[in-house]
Design a protein around this ligand. Structure first.
Ligand code: ZN
Ligand code: MN
Length: 266
C-alpha cells in the first residue's frame, strides 16, 4: 500500500502524528471553475495544480490539502472574461477569506509550512492577501513561525520544452488560457476530458494595453480560448508536467528543506 498524500484521505490520528513527527509541507492547490474553450473541461485550473501537487508530495513525503475549486473572476485578457456561461467565480473578498481561514486552521493543527499552488492567473493578489491576513492573525495569537510559499506552477518550465512546444514563438502565459500548454497537459493527465476535434485554430487574441469596465468583451474569441491549441499533444503535456514536477520539487527542497523520498513511488 502506498502512503496517502491527500490530507482528506487520512484519518485524523495518523494526520496528527504526521504533522507532529514529520512536519510536512501542506500544499494547497487553488484553481477556478472557468470555461476553457469548446475542447476542454471547466476544471482545468483546478485539476492541473492538483495533479502536480500530488506528484510533488509523493516525491517529498509532504501532504496535499483539498483543492479550492473556485477562483477570482475571469478577466478577458487572461481567462476570456466572466461573461461566459459556466464560468463561476468568487468575489475577491470571499477568496481572501477562504485562504485566510484555511491557512489559520492548518496552523491550529500544528502545520508550520505551506505551499499555495495557483492554477488560475486571476487569483494571484487575492492569495497574497489571504496569506498575509492569516499570518497577521497568527502573529497576534503568538504563532510566528508559519512559512508559506506561493508557487505559480507554469513558470517551472525549461527553455527546451518551451522551444519544442512553440517553435514559432511563445504567446505569453495570459494568452495561453485554454491554449497549447493547458490542452497538452490535459491530454497527458485527463485525455478522456479533451475533445481535440473542437480545438480552436484561430489566431491568438489581440488586446489593447488598457482595460475597460464594464468589461469590453468584443476582442475575446467566441470560443473562449485565447490562443490556438491544434498543435497540442499528450507528449508535449508529459514534458510540461515533468518540468513542473521537477521544478516544484526543487522549490520545496530549497524553501523548506523537504527531502526526496519517493514515498508513494513503487
Ligand atoms: Zn486555465
Ligand atoms: Mn484560469
Amino acid at each position: 500500500m502506498t502512503r496517502p498524500v491527500r490530507v482528506a484521505e487520512i484519518d485524523w490520528t495518523e494526520y496528527d502524528r504526521r504533522v507532529r513527527e514529520e512536519r510536512p509541507v501542506v500544499i494547497l492547490p487553488v484553481g477556478s471553475l472557468e470555461q476553457h474553450g469548446p475542447h476542454l473541461p471547466m476544471n482545468c485550473d483546478a485539476v492541473i495544480p492538483t495533479a502536480l501537487s500530488e506528484r510533488v508530495a509523493a516525491r517529498t513525503g509532504d501532504l496535499v490539502a483539498p483543492t479550492l475549486c473556485y477562483g477570482y473572476k475571469s478577466q478577458p485578457k487572461s481567462g476570456g472574461g466572466n461573461h461566459f456561461t459556466g464560468t463561476t467565480s468568487l468575489d475577491g473578498e470571499t477568496l481572501i477569506r477562504m485562504v485566510r481561514d484555511i491557512v489559520s486552521e492548518f496552523a491550529r493543527h500544528g502545520v508550520r509550512r505551506m505551499a499555495v499552488v495557483d492554477g488560475h492567473y486571476e487569483n494571484n493578489m487575492f492569495l497574497v492577501e489571504g496569506i498575509d491576513l492569516a499570518l497577521r492573525g497568527l502573529r497576534r495569537d503568538g504563532i510566528d513561525d508559519m512559512r508559506i510559499a506561493k508557487i505559480p506552477y507554469w513558470e517551472y518550465v525549461t527553455q527546451e520544452t518551451m522551444d519544442a512546444a512553440w517553435p514559432e514563438g511563445f504567446p505569453g502565459w495570459p494568452l495561453e488560457h485554454a491554449g497549447l500548454m493547458e490542452t497538452s497537459v490535459m491530454l497527458h493527465l485527463h485525455p478522456h476530458l479533451v475533445d481535440m476535434s473542437k480545438a480552436p485554430d484561430h489566431p491568438p487574441a489581440d488586446f489593447p494595453l488598457y482595460d475597460i469596465y464594464p468589461t469590453d468583451t468584443s476582442r475575446v474569441p467566441w470560443t473562449g480560448a485565447l490562443s490556438p491549441s491544434v498543435a497540442a499533444t499528450a507528449e508535449k503535456g508529459e514534458r510540461f508536467v515533468a518540468d513542473y514536477v521537477d521544478g516544484m520539487t526543487d522549490a520545496l527542497i530549497e524553501i523548506f528543506g523537504s527531502r526526496r523520498q519517493d514515498i508513494a513511488a513503487e
